[in-house]
Design a protein around this ligand. Structure first.
Ligand SMILES: [Zn+2]
Ligand SMILES: [Zn+2]
Length: 137
């Protein structure tokens, strides 16, 4: 199990929650985090999830991600620049590696403006859900 660099006393539950975030294919909401953490430890409750999220944010291990659907999710703070894909069926978010705006010359901002960054969220249906869809129709 990876070492946690959290400057607080760690419990097994915290490690489980951190591992869930670390191994996820994309940012997770507190409820998704709870569901996955429970697979490892049934006794984890939503209060522990929120408490651990706060600790991990304070320790700069994770960051908050707010997507256009308004739902707050969390991911590791040290990930490279990336974008997200949201599945309309299962509401899961998947990290994407490639950035279509990686060449600054391709973006025009008005004269005098200073461009500092961008966010892109793609929408669609994930591989798992598109398969489910095909088999039921
Ligand atoms: Zn899906
Ligand atoms: Zn980008």
């Amino acid at each position: 199990m990876a070492k946690l660099k959290v400057g607080v006393r760690k419990t097994n539950q915290r490690e489980i929650i951190y591992e869930v975030i670390k191994n996820s294919k994309g940012p997770l909401s507190p409820n998704e985090l709870l569901e996955k953490a429970k697979e490892n430890n049934e006794s984890i409750g939503i209060a522990t999830i929120y408490r651990t999220i706060k600790l991990l944010i304070d320790a700069n291990e994770i960051i908050q991600v707010t997507l256009p659907d308004g739902q707050t999710r969390y991911e590791l703070s040290k990930l490279d620049h990336h974008h997200h894909f949201k599945c309309k069926k299962c509401n899961s978010i998947f990290d994407l590696d490639n950035c279509p705006l990686s060449i600054p010359d391709q973006i025009n901002v008005p004269a005098g403006f200073i461009l500092e960054g961008h966010e892109i969220t793609l929408f669609g249906v994930c591989a798992k859900c598109s398969k489910t869809n095909a088999s039921t129709t």
